[in-house]
Design a protein around this ligand. Structure first.
Ligand SMILES: [Zn+2]
Length: 298
């Protein structure tokens, strides 16, 4: 997994800037397909799906936000030569040298006095050699001695606008926030609502993928149960994928008979090792979230 540059996006409503991370490359090494349809790929994680805008506080779809560009961080390809000047001695016309330094460096009287009392002292860094030469000549005319050193640097180039650098990263959204986004009307079509409700379900199952003691959907908080019921209502029996999702929601809700009936409904679902695992779990009255066998592993 290789991280890519952050992508700068704008809230579709108010234009507030956010950043979302990207991947330059990923793979499915160690990936697991779960019975709720969540494909967990540690080496290819998905960026946040939705976000609450930091400006107007309204939710938006991260993938659909206008992309303004990618963050760049690199140093200039061209070397830059800086000339550093050091005042070694003022000579006898000390006051005039001090006046010259005040004019050229924009320093106050106290600062210049401190500087000439602590020689040698750096009196400037110049990108253009001609600027450095002018200073050496002006101070030299007054009898001061100024030495110069050339330093080759690779300057850091900030190519991104300042507000891009200050834009906050979009964060992953919790189950409760997905449900809030639905209540606030982020979904404008049944397909979008199904998508958000499925995400809420997936995120709500997150801890169980990591070994937390299983709690069936039917025993979770009222808003979680309501989400499961609404998601089931949005599943068509004519769409194989949605029928499987509906059956899985029924199974996780301990409604095994209804789950079995849905899985057996004509037309038959395409056989797969995953489907066999689900049928077996339904038969045994098992409601736990299950990792499914990978097709290539069979
Ligand atoms: Zn906004």
């Amino acid at each position: 997994m290789v991280p890519g540059p952050d992508v700068v996006i704008a809230c579709p409503r108010c234009g507030a800037l956010h950043r979302r991370w990207s991947l330059a490359s990923g793979n499915t090494f160690g990936a697991v397909l779960w019975s709720d349809g969540w494909f967990e790929a540690p080496m290819c994680p998905l960026p946040p799906w939705i976000a609450r805008c930091v400006g107007c506080r309204v939710f938006f779809w991260v993938k659909r936000a206008v992309e303004l560009g990618e963050m760049d961080h690199y140093t200039s390809q061209c070397d830059e030569t800086l000339t550093t000047l050091t005042l070694e001695s003022t000579g006898t016309r000390r006051v005039e040298v001090m006046r010259q330094l005040r004019a050229r460096l924009g320093l106050g009287l106290q600062a210049v006095r401190h500087l000439v009392d602590h020689l040698p002292a750096r009196v400037g860094e110049y990108v253009r050699p001609s600027d450095a030469r002018d200073v050496v000549a002006a101070l030299g005319q007054l009898g001061a001695h100024v030495s110069s050193t050339c330093v080759v640097t690779q300057p850091y180039v900030q190519t991104n606008p300042q507000e891009w650098s200050e834009a906050p990263q979009v964060e992953y959204v919790t189950e409760a926030l997905f449900l809030e986004a639905i209540r606030e009307g982020l979904a404008t079509t049944p397909d979008e609502e199904r998508e958000l409700r499925q995400w809420a379900w997936w995120v709500g199952n997150k801890d169980y993928r990591r070994g937390a003691p299983w709690v069936p959907l039917s025993q979770r908080a009222p808003e979680v149960r309501e989400n499961a019921a609404a998601l089931m209502a949005l599943c068509s029996t004519h769409d194989a994928e949605q029928r499987l999702m509906h059956a899985e929601l029924l199974r996780e809700s301990e409604r095994f008979e209804e789950a079995r009936a849905l899985l057996d409904l004509p037309p038959p679902l395409a056989t797969s090792p995953g489907l066999d695992v689900l049928r077996d779990a339904v038969r045994r009255g098992e409601s736990r979230l299950l990792p499914l066998p990978r097709p290539e592993a069979v």
